[in-house]
Write a protein that binds this ligand. Structure first.
Ligand code: PEP
Length: 247
């Protein structure tokens, strides 16, 4: 079954790294499952990677954006129009690292408005260690999902990335039952609030310490539509093998 496999490179990469990476990827990608592959590289390397996107049939996305481009000017900002101009079809919104360090110039709710029809937003949600300890996971996620409902803008398709903050880069993951439970909770929560959507319009990805050893099990778990991968997406052999998985 076709899944979304997304690579969040964060602030990693160089021209040389990209050349070597895509030389290997081009030779070894054998995506018979027809998984949808999306790379989220640093903004400065978008163009370098776009060169490979058509031939290798993957999409590109930005990791954060600061304005629509029409609303106001901002030193250091990147507008949604610039991402579109550079071949992007997706944008990450509300990643926990951006929330933690206050780099979201706008709230995720406002950012969602600026994706227009051209950028598909992937809204990141997830509990931190304290929420988990205090059994506040569902409550925290409900609050974060409010960003979707408090907008007049209702996307045709919603993509959520469930990323427990404690699992990011830690080597720890929730149990498969817990991942499925939270993904179903997210889908039900959205369907209750946005009844015009159908279940098939809501995709929920799991992110946090996904690697080649656990990817197949996670991708096969009920209600999991894909994965968002940080560290392991920088290891080209590992990431290519994940893209090649048959689910
Ligand atoms: C992330 O930061 O989005 C992420 C999933 O990181 P990692 O895979 O390294 O845990």
């Amino acid at each position: 079954m076709k899944k979304i496999i997304a690579a969040n490179w964060k602030n990693n990469g160089s021209k040389e790294f990209i050349k070597n990476y895509f030389d290997y990827f081009a030779k070894n990608l054998n995506n018979t499952n027809k998984n949808e592959i999306i790379f989220f590289p640093p903004d400065l390397y978008m163009d370098q990677i776009d060169k490979y996107s058509k031939k290798l049939n993957f999409s590109l996305g930005g990791q954060n954006f600061t304005s629509s481009g029409d609303d106001f000017t901002l030193t250091g900002g990147t507008s949604s129009k610039m991402f579109i101009d550079n071949g992007c079809s997706h944008i990450l919104i509300g990643h926990s690292e951006m929330r933690l360090y206050g780099f979201d110039t706008y709230t995720p709710a406002n950012l969602l408005c600026f994706t227009h029809d051209h950028l598909q937003a992937i809204l990141c949600v997830g509990e931190d260690h304290n929420d988990k300890k205090n059994n506040h996971t569902s409550e925290k996620i409900s609050k974060q999902l409010k960003d979707l409902y408090e907008n007049e803008f209702i996307p045709k398709k919603v993509i959520i990335a469930y990323e427990p903050v404690w699992a990011i880069g830690s080597g720890k993951i929730p149990t498969l039952d817990n991942i499925s439970f939270i993904h179903r909770f997210i889908k039900n929560n959205i369907l209750e609030k946005l009844p015009s959507l159908k279940e098939k319009d809501i995709m929920v990805l799991y992110g946090g310490s996904v690697n080649l050893k656990n990817a197949k099990d996670i991708l096969s778990a009920p209600h999991v539509d894909g994965v968002l991968i940080g560290g392991a997406s920088l290891e080209v052999k590992e990431f290519t093998s994940i893209c090649n998985l048959k689910i």
